[in-house]
Design a protein around this ligand. Sequence first.
Ligand code: MG
Length: 356
Amino acid sequence: MARDGQERRTERSRPGGSAVALSTAYDTALLDLDGVVYFAGGAAIPYAVEALVAARDGGMRLAYVTNNALRTPDAVAAHLTELGVPAAPGDVVTSAQAVARLVAEDVPAGSPVLVVGGEGLRVALRERGLVPVESADDGPVAVVQGYGGPDMGWGRFAEAAYAIGRGVPWYASNTDLTIPGARGIGPGNGAAVEVVRIATGGRAEPKVAGKPQPPMHRETVLRTGAERPLVVGDRLDTDIEGAFNGGVDSLLVLTGVTDAAALLAAVPEHRPTYVAADLRGLLTGQPEVEADGAGGFRCGGWRASASGDALVLEGGEPGGPDVLDGVRALCGAAWTRAGSGACGLDAGKALARLGL
Ligand SMILES: [Mg+2]
């Protein structure tokens, strides 16, 4: 099992090992959705449904944590249930809920709050006793901005700019610059925040709730009651960094936006505790990555080292079933060489040997 959070914060130079299945080593999986459970188009990622059902049958609690503030927890739970992973609205935590809590801590109950976003945000604000309003002239005491979907009009950004220009405090559910869709990459809430920032002369700064910021992790732990959570995600700069900031362990799955090359180049706060090809990684232990005393790192049958300006991978069975062990060994070599920075070594040949 991984070392304690404090130590890891300064010293994650290789992936951790676990002698038992992660689904038994941790009480709750805090799962990202896009790129982990389903694709941007909404279809389930291969093996995700079976793995989640098996993990839950084994006693692991499943919770879903999304930066997307557009959909309500009810809508997300219905989608998961339709895919074959029965979920209740209470199993879903959104950045809309996290930002609503932030606002509610700062303003009196019953306050009007200007919403620039979708239904998920309005529902979350009402849940905290706040009153969503639509105009800067409605006397808002806060402006909250969240992803509003493709049909949100330009006038919404203008209302935010008017209110912020009058000195009203500004909040954002999250600042993801992009949002993946079935037809490509579109502008996310972070891009919309920048529109408002430019329009207001760059003088105001929003309070941000979503991953990787601590309010999102706090909201998640409060709602799930997780005592030994494992964050499971596909993005280094939101999911994994959020786990790092919260001092909890994390599992990166390679089914979303992060490939093995990006993992090897990760800076310390982006290095996950564990890595797996997909969610089946919840159901297994994780092999240790061992330093061999000669500058190399071994995992499974693989040995990785740094030589000149490249990472070198030896042994193993190219294209075989344990290529993830090769990735783990390479993480040891790359992260140790990088120290507190990012590894600049060429990983092309080593990854080609793994078929990645
Ligand atoms: Mg994701």
